[in-house]
Every structure is written in structure tokens, then in C-alpha cells.
Design a protein around this ligand. Structure first.
Ligand code: HEC
Ligand code: HEC
Ligand code: HEC
Ligand code: HEC
Length: 140
């Protein structure tokens, strides 16, 4: 159900019908408690790391994605089946650490690398957003 709504939001974005997008967002928030959790997200600090070497990463989830114009949740919350990326499926109800272990075995993509690869690859490609350690792991 969340997915269907999300797709409608994505389409209206392209048509620039902002009031409709807002209405759909409100419906999405109303029907989904998880959407509220993501709405409140302002930093990334995965509890899966039992010890953090670096400061948390400021990441205002919804604002970041709106500013970066990312419509498709699966850009970050993806689903694979037998090694194949499933185009219309999302895993936003799962933390990255559900599938990317802190201590990867051979061939596995570990949690830190999964975060870094996702975030840094795009910033580098579009030439926007931080690329340096301190640019993301901001000291207070
Ligand atoms: C640019 C990457 C990115 C995009 C795009 C993105 N998210 Fe997320 N989202 C994250 C990250 C990173 C987390 C934290 C995951 C973790 O803790 O392991 C997260 C967490 C969440 C959570 C859990 C919130 C919590 O407090 O635990 C929800 C729900 C969520 N996202 C929904 C969505 C939905 C719905 C969309 C599409 C409208 C979306 N996300 C798009 C990166 C993204
Ligand atoms: C439901 C399981 C699952 C979840 C949840 C998940 N991943 Fe993945 N991810 C995979 C699988 C499977 C692969 C492909 C095999 C591999 O490389 O480990 C993959 C590959 C990747 C890749 C390399 C391919 C690419 O797309 O560039 C990155 C980066 C990545 N994941 C980041 C993340 C991040 C960041 C999150 C959380 C926002 C996340 N993943 C959540 C299962 C998952
Ligand atoms: C698909 C592309 C893409 C992905 C994936 C992505 N970003 Fe970004 N990010 C952007 C763009 C584009 C901007 C610049 C937005 C603007 O200012 O217009 C940005 C800006 C930022 C900024 C500075 C502005 C702000 O929102 O504070 C931070 C911090 C940031 N990204 C963190 C992250 C983190 C952490 C991740 C991984 C969880 C991530 N980004 C994943 C595209 C992306
Ligand atoms: C585009 C943003 C981004 C950049 C650039 C970046 N990181 Fe990260 N890093 C993250 C995110 C997001 C996480 C996962 C959030 C968390 O739990 O701290 C993470 C996690 C980590 C972790 C594991 C958690 C911890 O605190 O021990 C380490 C270590 C780390 N990064 C080091 C670095 C170093 C060193 C650099 C520079 C070479 C760097 N990062 C650059 C976003 C970034």
C-alpha cells in the first residue's frame, strides 16, 4: 500500500502538481506510522555498529531526498532476489544492517561500505553533497 502511494507521489512530482503531492504526502503520513519515523530522522547512526569511530552523519531524510529530487525509495531501500535487483520493490521497513553485516564474510558487502558506496557514489556522480569524511561525519 505504501508503495502504491509512493508511486503516485513520484508521478505528480514530474507534473509539478505540488498541492496534489502535498495532499498525497499527508495521506501517506496518515496511513503509515513508519512514514512518521522517517519524517523525524535527522541523523544516521546505525546501532548495528557496537562502537562508533566517527561522529554521526546529519541526514534529514525527507528534506535530503526532496532537495536531491530522488523520487524512488528503492534508490536506497532496494530488494534483491537471487542477486537480481527487483525494480518495483522496496525495503524501507528494514535497516541496512538487516542485510549488510558489520563484519562481512568474503564477498559480502559490509555495512560501512554499503553506506559509503550508496551515498558517496551519487554525490560524486552529480557533483553535489559532501564527499569528505568530515563533510558527512560532522564534528560538533
Ligand atoms: C538517499 C537514500 C534514501 C532514500 C532515497 C530514501 N531513504 Fe529511507 N532511509 C535511508 C537511510 C540511510 C535510512 C536509515 C537506514 C538504517 O538505519 O539502516 C532510512 C530509513 C528509513 C525508514 C526507517 C526510519 C526509522 O526511523 O527507522 C523509513 C520508514 C524510510 N527510510 C522510508 C523511506 C521512503 C518511504 C522513501 C521513499 C519515499 C525513502 N525512505 C527514501 C535512506 C534513504
Ligand atoms: C533486504 C536486504 C537489503 C537491505 C535492507 C539493503 N540491502 Fe543493499 N544490497 C542487498 C543485496 C542482496 C545486495 C547485492 C549483493 C551484495 O553486493 O551484497 C545489495 C547491494 C548493495 C550495494 C551495492 C550495489 C549498489 O546498489 O550500488 C549498496 C551500495 C547497498 N546495497 C547499500 C545499501 C544501503 C545503504 C541500505 C540501507 C538504506 C541497503 N543497502 C539495504 C540487500 C539489501
Ligand atoms: C541519488 C543521489 C544521492 C544519494 C544516493 C545520496 N545523496 Fe546526499 N545529496 C544528493 C544531492 C543531489 C545533494 C545536494 C542537494 C542540494 O543541496 O540541492 C545531496 C546533499 C547531501 C548533504 C548536504 C545537504 C543536506 O541535506 O544536509 C548531505 C549531508 C548528504 N547529501 C548526505 C547523504 C547521505 C548520508 C547519503 C547516504 C545515506 C546520501 N546523501 C545519499 C544526492 C544523493
Ligand atoms: C557521503 C557521506 C559520507 C562520507 C563522505 C563518509 N562517510 Fe563514513 N559513514 C557515512 C554513513 C551514513 C555511515 C553510517 C552511519 C553511522 O552509523 O555512523 C558511515 C559510517 C562510517 C563508519 C562506521 C561507523 C563508525 O562510526 O565507526 C566509519 C568508521 C566511517 N564511516 C568512516 C569514514 C571515513 C574515514 C570517511 C572518509 C574517508 C568517511 N566515513 C566518509 C557517511 C559518510
Amino acid at each position: 500500500m505504501i508503495m502504491g502511494t509512493t508511486h503516485k507521489v513520484a508521478r505528480t512530482h514530474r507534473m509539478n502538481k505540488i498541492p496534489i503531492t502535498l495532499a498525497l504526502t499527508l495521506i501517506l503520513l496518515a496511513v503509515s506510522g513508519t512514514a512518521l519515523a522517517q519524517e523525524n530522522m535527522t541523523i544516521l547512526r546505525s546501532p548495528a555498529f557496537d562502537r562508533h569511530q566517527r561522529p554521526p552523519v546529519p541526514f534529514v531524510h525527507d528534506m535530503h531526498n526532496a532537495m536531491a529530487e530522488i523520487d524512488d525509495c528503492a534508490v536506497c531501500h532496494h530488494v534483491y532476489e537471487d542477486g537480481v535487483l527487483m525494480e518495483y520493490e522496496t525495503s524501507e521497513d528494514q535497516p541496512c544492517s538487516d542485510c549488510h553485516p558489520v563484519d562481512p564474510q568474503d564477498g559480502e558487502l559490509g555495512l560501512m561500505r554499503a553506506f559509503h558506496k550508496r551515498c558517496i557514489t551519487c554525490h560524486d556522480r552529480v557533483d553535489k553533497g559532501p564527499l569528505t569524511c568530515g563533510g558527512c561525519h560532522v564534528k560538533k
